[in-house]
Design a binder for this molecule. Structure first.
Ligand SMILES: [Zn+2]
Ligand SMILES: [Zn+2]
Length: 138
């Protein structure tokens, strides 16, 4: 579970009805929604919610470090509530389904010092592309 709502409550995030709906839409496992998808789902729950509120709330959650932005190729940026456990992504090139995955070992250790060119590396992002079982079947 990403327990996004619990995390926000614990840190005293100001929880209006509109902001709560955005957080609820994002809560869960393997959630990687575009801003438009968040807007559509939030509107289904709370018809009066505005696009500006949804976008501002997403931006705020990213600034707080409770949601991370995931860029997959040329597709729209996605919002991921699994911000506290380092993970990589498995992406279906057919339908765009995304899963959070946790490779064995330390991805940073896999890069030999000679290949680091003096960089101080803060983060490793790996995307595994392929076909999900549904797309592979057709
Ligand atoms: Zn697929
Ligand atoms: Zn993820």
């Amino acid at each position: 579970m990403s327990d996004l709502l619990d995390r926000l409550r614990r840190r005293g995030w100001r929880m209006t009805a509109q902001r709560r709906v955005v957080a609820e839409v994002l809560d869960g496992e393997h959630v990687h929604l575009t801003a438009d998808e968040v807007l559509a789902r939030a509107t289904a729950r709370l018809p009066e919610i505005s696009r500006a509120t949804v976008y501002n709330t997403l931006g705020e959650l990213v600034l707080l470090g409770e949601v991370i932005e995931v860029a997959t190729n040329d597709r729209a940026k996605r919002y991921d509530p699994n911000a506290h456990r380092p993970h990589q992504h498995l992406v279906c090139s057919g339908c765009g389904a995304i899963r959070d995955v946790h490779p064995d070992g330390d991805p940073l250790a896999d890069l030999p010092p000679a290949e680091r060119y003096g960089f101080i590396i803060s983060e490793v992002e790996t995307t595994y592309w392929g076909l999900c079982p549904d797309c592979a079947r057709t």
